[in-house]
Design a protein around this ligand. Structure first.
Ligand SMILES: Cc1cc2nc3c(=O)[nH]c(=O)nc-3n(C[C@H](O)[C@H](O)[C@H](O)COP(=O)(O)OP(=O)(O)OC[C@H]3O[C@@H](n4cnc5c(N)ncnc54)[C@H](O)[C@@H]3O)c2cc1C
Length: 453
């Protein structure tokens, strides 16, 4: 459930009650029938989140959806691709690479994982979709394909707090508000965390180097303090922060970051030796319509027709019937020999695939990562079925360990050992890999690793 409110007199650039309500009217029309319509109430009324009455007069309530971990959503889709390919008896190969070079109609791709034993491969390809987000221009330069600049990304920072009082105040609801400069900001529950975001600043550097600045952190904490002045949130309460670059279209310097369109489109590179498109813009929320548009367009070029879409398709981890999503946690914990909390952590990553993945726990006597609630079986699954090749893959993009209050050094050592056992890393690299991971977590996310537990 989401809440949207608007400021009263005294704030810098208020949008005003009627503008917000008009937007929500359109939202209601768009979602007609599927969700209850929005309602409005006064600040301070029964059951309204206790936002600052000095600044805000009214609230609007509406319903929204939340993707907890986009990384896991992507993996769910990849598992589905494997299933579709197996059902249709066609080949589906997933290569994780950082460099691709076009040589006529051949694409030479090189492995991103230095120790996985793969060498460069030359593939004959019919078409290329450059869907590398904020890296679209860098990918084109490496192919190389001459192109004007397509992406002018903006950086966005989020803060993550384990703050019980704030979590309780939210009561499962998200708050959208305006910051001191009129920009929209939000305070959302995300599992055990509270997420506060976001900033929107032009960013020209390599996307992987974007890191939250102290100025951004202070801005978001100030905005939070203005919404909930009754809650003390010092800088030291920020458990970690994240910063990403939105793959927005390149525009002239006069356009403000907030005014850049969030629409998506496909840019065809007419000079390329084969059909090649770059994906510009887009949101997680529009990924399915973007995929449908791209598929229709590309099949058209190849003189083929669309024969299916995924609108009614249930992704692995989800279920068609809500009843199948109601899980008997106690019996699952009992069957796998794990605690309720551990099963819940696995569920937040794998959904209905959890029983299958945890069946390995009892069969192979796998417990938890040392000092953490994450079952080792989930890490084993990521290594065997989700191409985790490095410690960072496991920590940041498969097990989502950043979202645990504490990551322990022994847990990182255990994960490194599992990669070694699977042949993904030479044994002599263990200590260096752990140190490198700890340093990256501190530098990139401000996340401290506990020495032992
Ligand atoms: C701060 C922030 C907040 C956002 N909030 C929302 C939101 O609330 N709702 C919403 O719907 N959307 C939101 N978005 C937008 C959303 O995250 C993006 O639109 C979406 O991630 C774009 O997906 P993509 O697959 O095109 O690009 P990405 O998710 O960026 O994926 C591109 C991938 O390509 C990889 N790559 C790069 N170069 C190469 C190469 N040469 N070879 C192989 N792989 C390569 C990268 O490592 C990356 O994994 C937000 C984005 C940011 C940054």
């Amino acid at each position: 459930m989401g809440w949207r409110w608007w400021p009263g007199a005294g704030s810098n650039r208020p949008r005003g009650e009627w503008l917000v309500r008009m937007g929500l009217e359109m939202y209601d029309l768009y979602a007609s029938g599927d969700l209850p319509g929005h309602t409005a109430l006064r600040v301070g009324s029964y059951n309204a989140p206790p936002v600052n009455p000095q600044v805000y007069r009214s609230l609007c309530k509406y319903f929204d959806a939340q993707v907890m971990y986009p990384e896991r959503l992507v993996w769910s889709m990849l598992h589905d691709c494997r299933r579709i390919a197996a059902d249709g008896q066609v080949l589906f190969t997933l290569l994780t690479h950082t460099q691709a070079r076009l040589n006529g109609r051949q694409l030479v791709v090189e492995s991103a994982a230095p120790h996985d034993g793969e060498t460069a491969q030359a593939l004959t390809v019919e078409t290329i979709v450059n869907a590398t987000g904020a890296w679209v221009d860098a990918t084109l330069a490496k192919l190389p394909i001459p192109s004007e600049r397509l992406i002018g990304g903006t950086r966005g920072t989020h803060l993550f707090l384990f703050h019980q009082q704030l979590h309780e105040i939210l009561g499962g609801k998200g708050i959208y508000a305006e910051a001191e400069d009129g920009r929209p900001i939000f305070v959302l529950p995300l599992g055990d965390c509270v997420m506060v975001g976001t900033t929107d600043e032009p960013f020209d550097g390599p996307p992987e180097t974007a890191v939250a600045t102290e100025a951004e952190i202070a801005y978001l904490l100030r905005a939070l303090g203005s919404v909930f002045p009754q809650v003390a949130v010092p800088r030291s309460d920020v458990n970690f922060h994240g910063c990403g670059v939105r793959p927005l279209p390149y525009v002239d310097k006069k356009t403000s970051a907030g005014a850049i369109t969030r629409r998506h489109w496909l840019h065809r590179h007419e000079d390329a030796s084969l059909p090649l498109v770059s994906v510009i813009g887009g949101k997680l929320t529009t990924c399915r319509s973007l995929a449908e548009e791209a598929t229709a367009q590309i099949l058209g070029w190849l003189n083929k027709t669309v024969v299916a879409n995924s609108r009614e398709r249930v992704l692995p981890g989800n279920a068609r019937d809500n009843e199948q999503l109601v899980i008997d946690w106690a019996s699952l914990a009992h069957q796998s020999g794990l605690s309720h909390a551990s099963v819940e952590h696995a569920w937040s990553l794998l959904g209905t695939m959890t029983p299958q993945v945890l069946s390995d726990a009892l069969a192979n006597q796998r417990g938890l990562l040392p000092g953490m609630q994450m079952p080792e079986s989930v890490a084993q699954f990521a290594i065997e079925h989700e191409q985790a090749a490095t410690l960072e893959d496991l920590v940041e993009r498969r097990l989502m360990l950043l979202y645990h209050r504490d990551i322990t050094r022994p847990a990182l050592q255990r994960l490194a050992q599992m990669l070694i056992d699977a042949g993904r890393m030479p044994a002599e690299d263990l200590d260096a890999a752990v140190e490198q991971c700890i340093a990256r977590l501190a530098r990139h996310y401000g996340k401290q690793v506990s020495e032992s537990k």
